[in-house]
Design a protein around this ligand. Structure first.
Ligand code: C2O
Ligand code: CU
Length: 483
């Protein structure tokens, strides 16, 4: 059984600073003055962003729809009736203007995952905006100055585990390029409309592992991976029996942007008979490094380039510790596709760990002693489903307090028996002293990740586990700027 190998992730960037000011997770005392999303400081920060002045308009209608997953028909919630939603693609510095129309029977918003955007457009209700009520609408407007492969999704309840997600590509003209094709591969675990909904999954999880019927496949053991066994695993909204096909010519080069939009599943990825050259993670360039396979947690992105062979090749995403796969095909010539359950031998390689990812110079944070350190212990367990931070469930009155222009170190210790992909809004951090720049990091059981960030984006920002069910039950807190 494949489980995320501890060695894979944790060799890099785990040194703890010996000194430094240690600040706890602080309840707001009287006198603390927060920089709120409504503060003029938010507009001032936006005015400092470089912009091309070009505006791209988008419209997203969040609505219920029947969707064909390539055989299975499901009733679910979507953007404009399709899963994934339509890709947003702009150039760095362009303005995104996106109207969200809510035709769902529930409140919603759009969060722009990976974009270090102005705080009042971050889409994390009720922290950064009021939720958009059924029948209502909201227009997001901001400068997209974080290049790379990102995505959008709601930030309400378990909505992310329905069909509400879409890629957001911010092209960087400074990227070296050198590829003929640019493909986006969105991974997902799927349960909605198959006889149960994500809200029902959450209810069962809260009742404890024993409450989860075998039909929905709760593992009986404490596998360090996710615990919800999904009926389907998808690439770009398709089950393996009806895969999407990417076409090219032999020896052409393709850039493939992987994005894990799943709620409870990490994927191990391989392209049969090819090696993957990793060029970016979470939008940030790394020194190119080759691997047979890579592991991607919920919320993470990896960009790779491949030089294509001649034939038809399976692009496989193995649901980690769940013994099931998602599939797409790459076709450059004749040949019969492999059976839909095929697992290329490349999957058996050692997945590339963070320790082998070195940021290119331009994206490295200059080395600096942190002005403030926050410790964030991930706590809770599967049986009681009491996920939290520092032993407490999410409390909107609590903050990790920081100030503008400081260097902040956040030390994340995983005190649980499961792994968690931790995500920080509005910022990217450097993992350890020399690790990659990221916004989402897998922290394995018993391990620690040290995340340094420049406090350059005033406002109030969510920090949370990107497992939808862990987030929803309390593994979340707030990074709060004060004046
Ligand atoms: Cu993609 Cu708050 O998350
Ligand atoms: Cu988690």
């Amino acid at each position: 059984m494949n489980t995320i190998d501890r060695r894979t992730f944790v060799r890099a960037g785990l040194a703890l600073a010996g000194t430094g000011l240690l600040a706890g997770c602080t309840s707001l005392g009287t006198g603390a003055s927060l920089i709120l999303p409504t503060s003029p400081r938010i507009g001032e920060a936006e005015a400092r962003r470089r912009t091309t002045g070009r505006t791209h308009e988008f419209r997203f209608t969040a609505q219920a729809a029947q969707v064909d997953l390539g055989g299975p028909q499901v009733n679910t919630w979507t953007y404009d009736g399709s899963v994934p939603g339509r890709e947003v693609r702009v150039r760095v510095g362009d303005v995104i203007q996106a109207e969200l129309a809510n035709r769902l029977p529930a409140d919603t918003t759009i969060h722009w995952h990976g974009l270090a955007l102005r705080n009042d457009m971050d889409g994390a209700p009720p922290l950064t905006q009021d939720p958009v009520a059924p029948g209502g609408s909201f227009t997001y407007r901001f400068i997209a100055d974080t290049p790379g492969t990102h995505w959008l999704h709601p930030h309400s309840g378990t909505q992310l585990d329905r069909g509400l997600y879409a890629p957001v590509i911010v092209e960087n003209p400074a990227d070296p390029g050198g590829y003929d094709h640019d493909w986006t591969v969105v991974l997902d675990d799927w349960i909605d409309g198959t006889g149960t909904t994500p809200d029902e999954v959450l209810t069962r999880l809260r009742q404890g592992a024993g409450g989860m019927g075998s039909r929905h496949g709760m593992g009986g053991s404490f596998a360090p991976g996710g615990n919800v066994r999904y009926p389907y695993y998808l690439i770009n909204g398709r089950v393996p029996a009806a895969p999407v096909t990417f076409t090219a010519r032999p020896r052409q080069r393709a850039r493939i942007r992987f994005l894990n939009a799943a709620s409870d599943t990490a994927f191990r990825i391989a392209l049969g008979s090819h090696r993957l050259r990793i060029t970016h993670t979470d939008g940030f360039a790394v020194r190119p490094v080759d691997t047979d396979t890579l592991l991607i947690g919920m919320g993470e992105r990896y960009d790779v380039t491949v030089t294509l062979g001649d034939g038809v090749f399976p692009l496989v995403a193995l649901a980690e510790s769940k013994d099931a796969t998602a599939l797409a095909l790459v076709r450059t010539g004749g040949g019969t596709p492999p059976p839909s359950s095929f697992r290329p031998p490349e999957l058996n390689g050692e997945p590339l760990g963070y320790d082998r990812l070195v940021p290119v110079e331009e994206v490295q944070l200059p080395v600096k002693t942190p002005d403030v350190e926050h410790r964030l212990d991930l706590t809770g367990g599967m049986m009681s489903y009491d996920w939290g931070i520092n032993g407490l469930p999410f409390d909107p009155a609590r903050r990790l307090l920081i100030r503008e222009d400081r260097r902040v170190r956040i030390i994340i210790r995983n005190r649980t028996m499961m792994w968690h992909p931790l995500h920080i809004h509005g910022h990217t951090f450097q993992l350890g002293d020399t690790g990659p720049r990221k916004d989402t990091v897998i922290v394995l059981p018993g391990r620690t990740a040290s995340c340094d960030l420049a406090a350059d984006n005033p406002g109030q920002w969510m920090i949370h586990c990107h497992n939808t069910y862990h987030h929803e039950t309390g593994m979340a807190t707030i990074l709060g700027y004060q004046t």
